[in-house]
Design a binder for this molecule. Structure first.
Ligand code: ATP
Ligand code: MG
Length: 407
């Protein structure tokens, strides 16, 4: 049997690559305008980093990690990039720079999930992280950047949902409230939720299981809990964020049940959802994680960031056709043809010729598929030192000198 790409992975073929280039270029332009610098970290890290950094009560760490042992060391393919970026930030003492430190990344992530539309086992994320700023202006800057990026891709039909999870203190009471409300129907919930009940009850709100969601509805879970009661500091941070967003004309919806799947968030969390994707409709998820740098052994450092799923973005933008090359040289003299393409390339044009010297008609047929212009280099042209150039769009043909060819 022939070998296929592993389940949950996808080849990105040349016919699709223009979309990826566009997404990456828009990201680079938008982020550099805001003075965010790109960072590239390894695709695998010590397993410990994710256990501590992502949290051992999360699905990612419990069920989804690709972990392997080499020379007695447990390593894991990164399921996300925030932990790796924080590790690099600490390892290279970036915290000594005057804040903020603003970074962005792109690349593949790996999670052992059930593959379906919008959900793969190897997928790609583009994300930003901003370290060192406590004020809600940093949260606003990150959300602004996400909306500018999406706008740059021509995406508008999106909803920004925000919430504040407060600090550990704010959450304590809410956790108890939630547990009390859930207790009567706990036995009907999925195994994950029953585990979360003790370890991390907030995460129950993020469950994707249909049975659980039905039970929440039937038991009016959402109506029976008041939401997190924020302490003064967290509450003023949240109000400030909303003021910034309004001032920036960013439309947002408050969703008091937005909790996000990772353990490290504090205060602000947000998601950007598309109205044009099926059930995997979140294109962006992020929030503030003021405790993570310290958890990973660094100085206490406020931080905020987000990640977008590139496959989900790609599903929303129209397919861009590969660009045609500038010149296709049509000739039966390979030596002259190869010299000409070299000349054209050296002068900044893209150019190709027929390596097989097929009949002119065949060569022209190929040219019209892949190039903007055909340069015909026949016996007469070579003898009399000129080039017949055919515009393959308009079919207009003219005779040009070597100098005119590159103008
Ligand atoms: P979801 O709720 O869809 O599982 P998540 O909360 O696990 O998302 P994050 O870890 O915050 O997602 O990742 C940010 C973004 O990365 C998501 O909004 C989504 O667009 C994308 N993403 C996450 N997991 C996958 C996956 N398995 N395949 C494709 N894209 C993904
Ligand atoms: Mg997930």
């Amino acid at each position: 049997m022939s070998i296929k790409a592993p389940k949950g992975t996808k080849d990105i073929l040349p016919e699709e690559i223009e979309n990826w280039h566009k997404i990456e270029n828009v990201a680079k332009n938008v982020f550099s305008k805001a003075n965010f610098k790109e960072i590239r970290t390894p695709i695998f890290e010590d397993t410990d980093l994710f256990e501590r950094g992502v949290g051992d009560t999360t699905d990612i760490v419990n069920k989804e990690m690709y972990t392997f042992i080499k020379s007695d060391r447990s390593l894991t393919l990164r399921p996300e990039n925030t932990a790796g970026v924080v590790r690099a930030y600490l390892e290279h003492n970036l915290f000594r720079e005057s804040p903020p430190v603003k970074l962005w990344y792109k690349g593949p992530m790996f999670r052992y999930e059930r593959p379906q539309a919008g959900r793969q086992r190897q997928f790609h994320q583009i994300g930003v992280e901003m370290f060192g700023i406590q004020d809600a202006s940093a949260d606003a800057e990150c959300i602004l950047l996400a909306t500018e990026f999406l706008k740059g891709l021509g995406l508008n039909d999106l909803t920004v949902e925000i919430n504040s999870l407060g600090c550990a203190n704010c959450r304590k009471e809410y956790k108890e409230q939630l547990k009390k409300a859930i207790a009567p129907f706990l036995d009907g919930l999925c195994e994950d939720c029953r585990n979360r009940y003790e370890k991390n009850p907030l995460r129950i709100l993020d469950c994707k299981n249909e049975t659980c969601n039905k039970l929440f509805e039937e038991n009016h879970l959402k109506e029976s809990v008041s939401g997190i009661k924020l302490c003064d500091e967290c509450s003023s941070h949240y109000e400030k964020l909303k003021n910034y967003l309004s001032a920036l004309n960013i439309n947002y919806v408050e969703n008091t049940f937005l909790v996000r799947g990772l353990d490290y968030y504090t205060k602000t969390v947000f998601e950007i959802k598309s109205n044009n994707l099926g059930s995997q409709n979140a294109v962006c998820g992020g929030g503030r994680y003021d405790g993570l740098v310290e958890t990973l052994g660094g100085p206490s450092t406020p931080a905020v960031g987000w990640a977008m799923g590139v496959e989900r973005l790609n599903a929303l933008i129209p397919q861009i056709n590969p660009e045609k090359i500038d010149y296709y040289v049509v000739s039966d003299n390979q030596l002259e043809a190869v010299k000409l393409i070299s000349y054209l390339r050296n002068n900044g044009f893209s150019a190709e010729f027929d390596y097989n010297t097929r009949k002119f008609a065949k060569q022209l047929e190929k040219a019209s598929k892949i190039a903007k212009f055909a340069v015909i280099l026949g016996e007469d042209e070579i003898k009399n030192n000129y080039y017949t150039v055919k515009n393959l769009h308009s079919s207009v043909q003219e005779k040009l000198t070597k100098e005119q060819l590159i103008k």
